[in-house]
Design a protein around this ligand. Structure first.
Ligand code: AMP
Length: 283
């Protein structure tokens, strides 16, 4: 597998590859890879002859220094996992912090038409400026034809689409379905850190979302929100941080349902000290 540590080497190989008329797909990650990440790479092979996967723990998107320090770094394992998909058609880019932040480790400031103020934006200060900064830089280095993002981080996906539109970046952004464990729990690098009883409890999040989808057919958003709040109040192990029903485009909480809009339910909850997020399409 080709592994690049600097953008100069990567760029010259990309230029050569593109000159032959090949299409390049890109999956940005922070490593600690799992089947969810692999599902994005596999999806990318429908459209591209090679896939580039970046593995970079981006310092500017963490609001707590402790979370950045604790983030698992498992490069060898990540590469072996990617090799199970392809040894020759995946290139890995693992830049140093200096490669991405040559001058100062700081975010650029973005406005994403208000998307950045909802949900995760409220609870993770500066997070989306950090995400916007790193994704913009990676897209400028790699200049892929397609880039793939998981619906697991649905708000992030919408923000990246907005970033591409506003910065006029020449790339197609593709949203990919949430990959789940057999229990229904959305796959995440954080699941590894769940203690056994919390691992057993965590699928409750998706079970609740599925019931939300049923209830939302006949009940008001306010009633469904009240029900979810109560379900979590009664749960012994999981603590709800937020549940909202929002329209997919603007991510604004729904006040009155409209048939013309597409809605999703979004949950963030703590299992012990581990924060889990998930979402579901409602119509
Ligand atoms: P991360 O390494 O957590 O920053 O994630 C890298 C990319 O993988 C993001 O676009 C995520 O949305 C996506 N991703 C992470 N987990 C999943 C999953 N369970 N299903 C689909 N995509 C995922």
């Amino acid at each position: 597998m080709k592994v690049f540590k600097s953008k100069e080497n990567l760029r010259s190989e990309i230029d050569e590859f593109k000159a032959k008329g090949n299409s390049i797909g890109f999956v940005p990650t922070m490593g600690a890879l799992h089947e969810g990440h692999l599902s994005l790479v596999k999806r990318g092979f429908h459209d591209n002859s090679i896939m580039i996967v970046s593995i970079f723990v981006n310092p500017t998107q963490f609001d707590k220094a402790e979370d950045l320090d604790k983030y698992p770094r498992t490069l060898k394992r990540d590469i072996s996992l990617l090799e199970t998909v392809s040894k020759t058609k995946i290139w890995v880019y693992t830049p140093s912090v200096k490669d991405i932040y040559p001058k100062k480790i700081a975010s650029e400031k973005f406005t994403f038409d208000g998307l950045e103020h909802e949900m995760e934006g409220k609870f993770r200060k500066g997070h989306f400026d950090g995400v916007g900064t790193v994704v913009k830089r990676l897209l400028e280095i790699i200049k892929p034809h397609f880039a793939y993002f998981g619906e697991k981080d649905f708000q992030q996906l919408q923000i990246i689409k907005k970033l591409v539109e506003k910065q006029k970046l020449n790339v197609n952004i593709v949203g990919c379905k949430i990959h789940r464990e057999p229990s229904g729990l959305a796959m995440s690098s954080r699941n590894e850190r769940l203690k056994p009883n919390f691992k057993v409890a965590a699928p409750f999040i998706y079970k609740t979302l599925k019931k939300v989808r049923q209830k939302f057919k006949t009940e008001s958003a306010a009633k469904v929100i009240q029900w979810v709040t109560q379900e979590f109040d009664e749960h012994e192990l999981l603590e709800l941080e937020y549940f909202i029903i929002a329209d997919e485009k603007h991510l604004k909480s729904v006040i009155r349902k409209s048939k013309k809009r597409r809605y999703r339910g979004f949950i963030a909850a703590y299992a012990d000290n581990i924060r889990l997020i998930d979402n579901i399409a409602l119509n």
